[in-house]
Write a protein that binds this ligand. Structure first.
Ligand code: SF4
Length: 329
């Protein structure tokens, strides 16, 4: 196999939209045309399949269900929902759960799951996740940063390398029931990398998080299109921040008005499962800021009930998708 390319072998910095000198498209992408590095990238393309894929497959084959959490836009509460989903799954003591924070430029799961300031431990068997509960482990790039306020300014190739390493080297133990992967908003390098690297081992599907207003739904349509093009099953959509239920009087008001019918209508139009709506509750933000499970303190709140209903619906979709897969085989 040809050796991989090091920075010093490049005669110029990678241009914008570079597919990555170590990627399978090195030297062949649109950005490569006219790039001063094209010869070196082309000449050192590895021949044959990426050997790391076999290692990723081996590592992830011990995980029963792999879920991506996606959103079209930032600010719709995707990471908040991912943390809730992780806590909710881990509330079932029978389950082993992992959460992987692939929002490389804005990792927030460590804070929301109460693991801020922790460090990764490395051993012969790989990187150990940080355990925030007996059955809930977390891996995030923020565990590797010297300062939580450092900006991460990485090109696609470096992000790809880290995602590959997360998938290949994190030791989740002998068995995991669910791996919940938090991705950045939109469709970016991170999404392409994770879907490419996990293609063989299989992703159960994606949960899409949105808010009700059309400006958020516009980008959700693109996210759905991305999933369809990448052959990722959409397990369902959840409408977050859907109305505000006053914790005192229980009266409900619409803050982000669903001018075009909201998430429910979108699901009907595009034929994807609608998993439900979660009302705004300021106590969710407070629980996330202090890294505590919202369900521990406010188990009977309308928001907690709504989130648990969504999680039940999501688990049903995962089982449905598994049964369909078994029937197809
Ligand atoms: S991969 Fe393409 S764009 Fe990136 S450095 Fe190599 S030739 Fe240039």
């Amino acid at each position: 196999m040809a050796p991989s390319i090091t920075k010093t072998q490049l005669s110029a910095p990678e241009p914008e939209h570079c597919p990555g000198p170590e990627s399978e498209n090195a030297g062949k992408g649109d950005a490569c045309q006219g790039c001063p590095n094209q010869n070196v990238c082309e000449s050192q393309l590895p021949q044959g399949p990426d050997p790391d894929i076999a290692l990723i497959n081996k590592r992830l084959s011990q995980i029963d269900h792999k879920l991506l959490v996606l959103s079209g836009k930032g600010g719709v509460g995707k990471s908040t929902f991912t943390s809730m989903l992780s806590w909710a799954l881990a509330a079932d003591e029978e389950l082993e759960v992992g959460a992987m924070d692939l929002d490389i430029c804005g990792p927030s799961l460590p804070r929301m799951l109460g693991a801020e300031g922790e460090l990764i431990h490395q051993s012969n068997s790989g990187w150990s996740p940080v355990y925030v509960a007996d059955n809930l482990g977390l891996m995030s790039i923020s565990f590797m940063l010297p300062d939580p306020d450092s900006a991460i300014i990485w090109r696609g190739a470096k992000k790809n390398g880290l995602i590959k390493q997360f998938l290949k080297d994190v030791n989740w133990g002998d068995h995991l029931d669910y791996l919940v992967v938090d991705t950045p908003p939109g469709t970016s390098d991170e999404h392409l990398s994770v879907t490419t690297y996990m293609k063989e081992v299989g992703i159960d599907g994606a949960l899409i998080v949105t808010t009700p207003q059309e400006v958020a739904l516009l980008d959700v349509r693109k996210e759905i299109d991305f999933c369809r093009k990448a052959n990722i099953r959409i397990l369902g959509l959840v409408e977050n921040m859907s109305g505000f239920v006053c914790p005192s009087c229980k009266g409900e008001s619409q803050i982000f008005k669903p001018t075009t019918g909201g998430g429910k209508q979108l699901c009907q139009d595009l034929n994807i499962p609608y998993l439900g709506a979660v009302p705004l509750d300021p106590r969710i933000g407070r629980a996330c800021d202090s890294g505590e499970s919202f369900f521990d303190s406010y188990a009977d709140s309308p928001a907690a009930t709504a989130i648990l209903d969504v999680v039940d619906g999501l688990r049903d979709q995962v089982e449905l998708s598994l049964n369909k897969l078994n029937l197809d085989n």
